[in-house]
Design a protein around this ligand. Structure first.
Ligand code: LHQ
Length: 261
């Protein structure tokens, strides 16, 4: 429970989609300890839940996430320790989760809130959303993976400009830069995200999990290693019942029914 008695993270599971909602709207979903711990716990649970095929991360109210809660009373823990013990496991939890994660960026994302969105596989933003790289304004460096994700999305020169002279990035600009996959009117956001999530929930789960592994690996290795890794993953995918189902559905001219086996 949060200080106001509300649950800081809401989890709803329906039709193979787990929707995790950061729920501190009065603080623009700033990340305090209960919210960070709740999110980490939820990621562990959805990782184990075979009924969950897709995860959606969003925020309650008008914001996605304003980053670290700047009002939280510190207990003396250094920022480095807080990052190592809480933020870094969250970011790795999102990247290592073998299910697609869609960030439904419903409003402003700031600081580590931007990092959370970038650690997801796909980002759909409301046109009203913005991205604020607020770290420099409070004398901090970008963290929680931002120095890793942003240059890979926009290139090092643009990342440097965004880090050093951080004007808020509108959803349209984020779309142009390749930071988000789509920008849609806010009133359509959850329908758009729901449509994409439903589509992914009917895809072959094991194949998507392996594709996510390959994407993660591709960012760190040369072509030869990527080819070798693809071949080994294809060996695994080719031995699944879902591959047989996909072949049968193709031959029988029907939609496949993938069971994640
Ligand atoms: C907030 C926050 C907030 C608490 C708005 N905390 N209450 C990681 C590891 C360890 C340590 C340090 O850092 C990190 C990484 C980080 O995340 S550092 C970056 C932390 N985040 C920020 O610096 C963003 C601070 N917030 C803002 O700049 C603005 O609030 C934005 C641009 C997000 C939105 O501006 P507005 O739409 O004008 O809203 P507002 O400023 O009026 O905020 C509404 C309320 O939310 C307000 O509370 P109040 O009681 O006055 O209504 C804010 O105090 C509260 N709030 N962000 N991070």
């Amino acid at each position: 429970m949060s200080e106001s008695g509300a649950v800081p993270l809401l989890t709803e599971i329906a039709d193979g989609v787990a929707t995790l909602t950061l729920n501190r709207p009065e603080a623009l979903n700033a990340l305090n300890r209960p919210l960070k711990d709740g999110l980490l716990d939820a990621l562990r649970r959805v990782a184990r839940d075979r009924d969950v095929r897709v995860v959606v991360l969003t925020g309650a109210g008008r914001a996605f996430c304003a980053g670290q809660d700047l009002r939280e009373q510190g207990d003396g823990t250094s920022l480095a320790v807080e990052l190592r013990e809480r933020y870094n496991p969250l970011i790795l939890g999102l990247r290592r989760l073998e299910k697609p994660v869609i960030a439904a960026v419903n409003g402003v994302a700031a600081g580590a809130g931007v990092s959370l969105a970038l650690a997801c596989d796909l980002r759909i933003a409301a046109e009203e959303a913005s991205f604020v790289l607020a770290f420099g304004r409070i004398g901090l460096v970008p963290d929680s993976g931002l120095t890793w994700f942003l240059p890979r999305l926009v290139g090092p020169a643009r990342a440097a400009e965004l880090f050093f002279a951080p004007d808020p990035i509108s959803a349209q600009e984020a779309l142009r830069l390749g930071i988000v996959n789509r920008a849609v009117p806010g009133s359509h956001l959850m329908a758009e995200v729901g449509g994409l999530a439903a589509r992914l929930a009917s895809a072959a789960p094991r194949a998507m999990a392996l594709a996510k592994r390959a994407l993660n690996r591709s960012l760190e290795v040369d072509l030869e290693a990527a080819l070798a890794y693809e071949a080994s993953l294809q060996g695994i995918a080719g031995a699944t019942a879902d591959h047989q189902e996909g072949l049968a559905a193709f031959r029988e001219k029907r939609s496949p029914r993938f069971r994640g086996e």
